[in-house]
Design a protein around this ligand. Structure first.
Ligand code: ZN
Length: 589
């Protein structure tokens, strides 16, 4: 059977170089070759081709003419013989979206290594992954969701295959030193790969992960029928965080400190966050990898591909990721409520909550959500966090009506898996199920830049929601005993010992005082301001008081009066008002 073949050689570990030889039998005189500009799941143009260092084309008769057409497209002039493209790629991007090589690990996303041969993209795509010659890699193994072929042993360098180009770029490869755990969910093997040597309790981690997977499967009743294995590829570094979903795997990045400590049973914040990340990416196995916006059924990888629906795919996933932790019994009710409080506060404290709609945030993810600047708290709402709160609103209404969000998700999965979803898919389904009023509410929650009716809806799930003014920059809600704390409505950072303003919230005291991003605060009422003494200094003033600020704006010394009135920025306080309701909602499904 015909195929496109990639020989991948990690040729220089120190220089972070991969040498790829792409071979195919030509079908015409000229073949076009392209590299994606972005990778599905991460909605930003990354121009992967910029890391191609050199490229040439040959066949058995010698060099072939290769003309570059644009930043990521080449034309090769072919003869009758097999064509070989040989190119080097620089791989040193410490993220889950591209490629990275050092002496411990190689993280290889085919999306940034494997040129697509247009016209042959539906053929099987084979990879021969060569074991690096570098002696530092002698005990490396390989983990990937790709299919092993040609007697390649499990976890070994050798031959792998994808059904087509689309599947190839949806299959990251992790090579290096790693530990492995295996568990089965509904008889399907699941693998947990963890790079490095981490002084952690992997059995406990793997057990926790299995409980999360089991809980997520229950939302949809069964695993996708085409899933015959699943890989959690966890790349552990000194400091890092992120994840990207794939068809039968996820590539995750975390800090070593996020992993559980041997002998410590409690789940701390960072381990909880890691479990929620795994939970999130696993939920995507159904929700965006298979059920997806109809427009994503044919990915357009050379430029932005717009959709209004990221609130559905990232928002619902964000709602179910934390929920699975409590339903699996890994965190308790109180911990889940605290987590929810933080999600609500992250949305409600930012003026962007009433400045940008969820559909607008989804559509413009490419240039806004993924390219946030100092004005983001005022202008960019998160389709993850607010999308999760919208899911929570739907959950409250559906629960009241005797149904649930899981039931709705399962119906959408069954009805739209093959066709994909249009912008009004959820509204149509709600109407069909007899929830026309809810469908109409959903339209305004999605298209209006307005607050969600959480306060009126949450009692339907047994929770009472109240808001209070934000009291300091890290304030994410909950009870406080520090009633006198003051937040001026500006976030700051340390710049050579001086306090520099990094963000100014619209409508805050800082805004009204005329403070701008970049201003360096020097003194408050004649007292020197430093990064370390600022919170203490603020506590010595009283709310409502005017203080005189001296500050630098670039090279000018300026002064202004700042009124320390309570901020408009709101954070959430949740209390249980109906134990039976909340227990039913958070109970194992
Ligand atoms: Zn996601």
């Amino acid at each position: 059977m015909k195929s496109v073949n990639y020989h991948i050689d990690i040729s220089d570990v120190t220089a972070h170089l991969v040498t790829v030889t792409l071979s195919f039998t030509p079908l015409s005189d000229i073949h076009e070759l392209t590299l994606p500009a972005w990778i599905p799941g991460s909605y930003m143009i990354r121009d992967f081709a910029r890391n191609i260092v050199s490229i040439k084309a040959t066949d058995a008769n010698g060099s072939l003419l290769l003309n570059q057409q644009d930043k990521q497209r080449w034309h090769v002039h072919c003869g009758k013989q097999k064509v070989h493209l040989t190119y080097q790629v620089y791989a040193y991007d410490l993220s889950v979206r591209a490629a990275y090589i050092d002496d411990e690990v190689a993280v290889l996303n085919p999306a940034c290594l494997c040129l697509q041969v247009n016209g042959l993209h539906d053929l099987p795509q084979q990879i021969m992954l060569k074991k690096p010659a570098d002696k530092r890699c002698k005990d490396w193994r390989v983990a990937t969701g790709l299919t092993r072929i040609k007697q390649t042993e499990a976890l070994a360098f050798g031959h792998y295959q994808a059904d087509d180009y689309q599947q190839l770029i949806d299959s990251p490869i992790l090579a290096g030193r790693f530990e492995l755990r295996e568990f089965a969910i509904n008889d399907v093997p699941h693998y947990l790969i963890v790079t490095g040597d981490n002084l952690t309790d992997l059995d406990r981690f793997s057990g926790d992960l299995a409980r999360i997977c089991q809980t997520q499967v229950k939302v949809f009743s069964a695993l996708p029928d085409d899933l015959d294995s699943y890989w959690f590829l966890l790349w552990v570094t000194e400091d890092g965080y992120g994840g990207l979903e794939h068809l039968n795997s996820t590539l995750l990045l975390c800090s070593r400190n996020d992993l559980p400590v041997k002998g410590v049973d409690a789940i701390n914040d960072s381990y909880q966050q890691l479990l929620a990340l795994c939970s999130h990416e696993y939920f995507h196995t159904w929700w965006v990898k298979r059920l997806k916006p109809a427009v994503f059924h044919q990915y357009q990888l050379d430029s932005e591909q717009y959709t209004n629906q990221l609130w559905l795919y990232e928002g619902f996933t964000s709602y179910f990721d934390d929920l699975a932790l409590v339903r699996a019994g890994l965190i308790d009710k109180a911990c889940y409520i605290k987590t929810l409080e933080k999600t609500i506060s992250r949305v409600t404290r930012n003026p962007s909550n009433t400045a940008q709609s969820l559909t607008d945030s989804s559509f413009n993810a490419w240039t806004k959500f993924y390219k946030q600047d100092e004005n983001a708290p005022n202008a960019v709402v998160s389709y993850y966090a607010k999308g999760a709160l919208l899911a929570l609103c739907l959950e409250a209404e559906l629960t009241q009506a005797g149904s649930s969000l899981s039931a709705l998700a399962q119906q959408l999965w069954q009805q739209c898996r093959t066709t994909g979803t249009d912008d009004d898919a959820v509204n149509m389904l709600l109407t069909k199920l007899g929830y026309a009023d809810l469908a109409s509410s959903l339209t305004s929650w999605l298209y209006d830049a307005a607050e969600l009716p959480l306060t009126s809806l949450l009692p339907k799930l047994g929770l009472k929601l109240e808001f209070r003014p934000m009291q300091h920059a890290e304030d994410l809600g909950g009870e406080t005993d520090n009633k006198t704390a003051i937040f001026i409505g500006a976030l700051t950072k340390n710049a050579n010992g001086l306090m520099q303003i990094s963000h100014v919230y619209h409508g805050s005291s800082a805004h009204h005082a005329g403070l701008m991003v970049g201003d360096q605060l020097l003194a408050a009422d004649g007292k020197k301001i430093t990064s370390s003494n600022w919170p203490h200094l603020l506590q010595r003033f009283t709310q409502g008081q005017d203080i005189r600020l001296h500050f630098y704006r670039k090279d000018r010394l300026l002064e202004a009066d700042l009124c320390l009135k309570p901020t408009k920025q709101q954070v959430a306080q949740l209390t249980v008002c109906d134990d039976a309701k909340i227990s039913a909602w958070l109970a194992p499904v």
